[in-house]
Write a protein of this length. Structure first.
Length: 149
């Protein structure tokens, strides 16, 4: 029995749910979390397709002073206000999913998560696989793998 923990981009949750349902995984817990990785919470304003939420209190890292910044709470692409700028966001909003599965299902589940989240950009996420000692279904008292089905 294994515990699969994945830290993912918020916007990838629906794709991930659909991928997991397609392979028959129904028991998933999603949590709202914040955090940062190797990029230390920095997001490039120049990445194509990226939208930055001004309400996240972004601080431009390497931008010249700009008096005409957008109103708070609006979404923008970085090229509108600070081209070629990195924004220091501190802790980024992410989603964490937790799945407990039988050993034989782990590779299939992990591959589904990777396939639905891999964009090739920083921040695609991390997956951790941990051993589980036991599980118990509260309603029936079933233990081990029987508690998972």
């Amino acid at each position: 029995m294994k515990q699969i923990i994945a830290i993912l981009r918020e916007e990838q949750v629906e794709n991930t749910k659909q991928s997991l349902m397609a392979i028959g995984v129904m028991g998933v817990t999603f949590l709202y979390v914040t955090g940062r990785g190797q990029q230390k919470g920095r997001v490039s304003a120049w990445e194509p397709g990226e939208k930055l939420n001004r309400s996240m209190r972004m601080q431009p890292e390497n931008a010249p002073f700009c008096n005409d910044s957008p109103d708070a709470g609006t979404e923008m692409t970085g090229s509108q206000a600070y081209p070629d700028t990195e924004f220091a966001l501190g802790f980024l909003p992410k989603r964490m999913l937790v799945i407990i599965s039988c050993d034989v299902e782990v590779n299939r589940i992990v591959q589904a998560i990777v396939n639905s989240n891999q964009t090739g950009r920083h921040g695609d996420g991390r997956i951790f696989i941990c051993p589980m000692i036991s599980a118990m279904r509260v309603r029936t008292g079933e233990k081990g793998d029987k508690a998972l089905s």
